[in-house]
Write a protein that binds this ligand. Sequence first.
Ligand code: SF4
Ligand code: SF4
Length: 226
Amino acid sequence: MLPYSLDQIRNLALSVGLDDCAVVQAERLDDDAIFMDQWVDSGMAGNMDYLLRNREKRYDIRQLVPGAQLVIVGLLTYEHSGHDYHRAVKSKLYELERLLFPSLAENIQPEAVPSTQHIFCDSAPVLERSWAVKAGLGWIGLNHQFFHPILGSFVHPGELVLCDTIADYQSPIKMQSLCGSCRKCIEACPNHALGQPVWDARKCVAYVTHKCIVCQEVCPFNHHVN
Ligand code: SF4
Ligand code: SF4
């Protein structure tokens, strides 16, 4: 059992430069599995064939990391991520891991830690935004993006999966959507890819060219960035 409280873990995460962090029990994401199966099978995922593979690993992180008990979800804003967000997020999670497990600090290279496969950032079949939501860090907006109430949607989530528990674990309180009656992203989408009732990747410019962030730019929760 880890000798840290939830608050201590979050404070350590902030001390290594993550912008927010929360901890949640590793379990199967049943609701997300139902949604993803329906979405992929409806064809709205377009050519994202990788979503057809490793479905159970994607839905149940314990199949990806045997013995997983906790998922520490860290968020890093685009502003703090630099050009290589995978590296930036993972490097902060490695730092956090070495604080939680001081014996690992003796490793010369973070990558030399034997359990490298339990730190993820866009690098494995992990439903990262779902974990961020499950950890109580935010919600999925009507534009299909993850939103943190203060940081907005320009954030990268990463996960440190642990095979340990903590004494004061409490299930996070799921944050309700703060979209309210707003429909700005749906109205602004040039290709009408949103709101029917979900994101249709086949119509999304960003999915095809990676060059559209209109539905994030118009969002009131990102105005502090704009
Ligand atoms: S990224 Fe662009 S095309 Fe895709 S849903 Fe958002 S506004 Fe629409
Ligand atoms: S633009 Fe409005 S509806 Fe769309 S994600 Fe932002 S708050 Fe939600």
